[in-house]
Every structure is written in structure tokens, then in C-alpha cells.
Design a protein around this ligand. Sequence first.
Ligand code: ADP
Length: 274
Amino acid sequence: DSRWFAVRVAPLGSGGLVLVLAEDLTEMRRVESIRRDFSANVSHELKTPVGALLLLAETVQDAAEDQVAVRRFAGRMQLEAARLSSLVQDLITLSYVQGEEPLAQEEPVAVADLVADAVDRATLTAQAREIHLGVAVTPDLYVRGDEELLVMALKNLVDNAIAYSPERTKVAISTRVVDDEERPYAEISVTDQGIGIPEPELERIFERFYRVDPARSRQTGGTGLGLAIVKHVATKHGGEVIVWSKEGSGSTFTLRLPLREHPRSLDQSVREDN
Ligand code: ADP
């Protein structure tokens, strides 16, 4: 690993003295290279559905006489357009959650509501694969933040659990409180009985566009941005996301979020206000 320096030499006075300034550019170059890689990845990911759409549009024109073919190609165009649309939507979400600006919405959020919403939104996908969603939630748990973003993050985890599991298996969503004295937090865990993730890949799966098996992800229609979004939603809320996994037997993804401060005293003051 080489380090990079910018060296500036300035004459100092008239006695032939010079001032040499060396600035470490290693970090700058690293950030720049990550940014370049990301742009290249985005272009590549956009090119695939756009290319498919162009080709399909041409084919539809050529097959205009054949109603059955037209309908079939139109269906595939819809699929590619949907893929393009979720990619663009995920890019917009990611750029927001990666940004420095504070959350636009910050309100008390009931963990039970988060789980119920995410499970609701994932029900159809689960049914299609005959996967049973089991839910066990601690009542009266509150966190603070943007409810829509938190539901989206949790839904990403549930969608992945479904996508990377064989049919007719179970996905369990559970919550618990960790009474850390300094900073109590809520944990929301999603456990599947799926294909699992090989140990060496675990630290990379939260990177943008990183996939353990690109062919499988293309099939499931994922954008490759889901876990990067989950990670940034968690950190933007002062939390984190943790993964345990065993190849061939399943994975657990846990979202850790700081508990809302003094929920009881806040409830009390609301009651008193009324
Ligand atoms: P994708 O759109 O490909 O699912 P994600 O960012 O959501 O993108 O996930 C990145 C990669 O992590 C996936 O391609 C997959 O290889 C792996 N992965 C994520 N969740 C799971 C899971 N529950 N079980 C096994 N592998 C998973």
C-alpha cells in the first residue's frame, strides 16, 4: 500500500531557504477512486435494463402483426422498466441516507408498527414462495426517527430473507430490548433458513452493488443497493446493522436502534397536557 503526497516548495526569504509542504493525499485518492468505481457501477447497472428496453421496443415494432408476441414483449418491457424504476428509486434513497444532512422527519416510532408495516408489505412476496413469516414483538418499544425510512430498511431485510431462502421455509422477525446502561437500544432481528453467506463475504455485503452471487441476484430482481441503504438508515438513526450467518443454514440480520429517551416520562407529559 503506497502513500501519496502532494509536495509544495516555496522560497523563504532571500537566503536560499525553502519551505517544503507535504500533504498526505492517500485518503483523498481512496475516496476519489471509490467515487469513480461507484459511477462506473451505476452506469453499468443502468445500461442493462435500458439496453433490454431498446431491444424489446425494436422487436415489438418488427412483430406488430403478431398480437401474441406483442403482448409477450410488452410484458418483458414492463419488467425491465420496473427494474429501472426501482434502481433509480434506490439511488435516490441512498443518496439521501448517505448525505450529511439530518433526518427530515424525527418522531417517536413504535417498533411494533414498524414490524407490522414491513411484514404487510412483504406478505405477497412471501406467499408467492410459500414462506411463513413469524412475528414476535415486544410491546411498548419506541425508537425515534423517520418511520418511512425505518420501515423501508426493515422491509429490505425481510425481502432479502425471502429471496435468499428455499420455498416453504420460515422467516422470523423478532424484537428485544438490550438494557445497556449507557445507551439502551431496541433490536429488530430477521432470521431466515436460507442459503447463508460465506464468512469471507460478510464484510462486503453492505457495499453498494456487492453481490455474493450476481446471477442469483439478477433473478431475484434486487438492485444490489438494499443492504447499503439499510446500513445508512441505521447509522443515520444512531444505530447499526449486524449480521450472523452460516453458509447453507441461514442468516440473521439485526437492526439496532437507540431507544427513545424516557418513553414513560414523555407519555406522562402527553397525558398531563390532555
Ligand atoms: P441484492 O439486491 O443483490 O439483494 P443487497 O444489498 O440487498 O442486494 O444484498 C447484497 C448481497 O448480500 C446479496 O446479493 C446476497 O448475495 C447477500 N444477501 C443479502 N441478504 C441475504 C440473506 N438473507 N441470505 C443470504 N444472502 C444474503
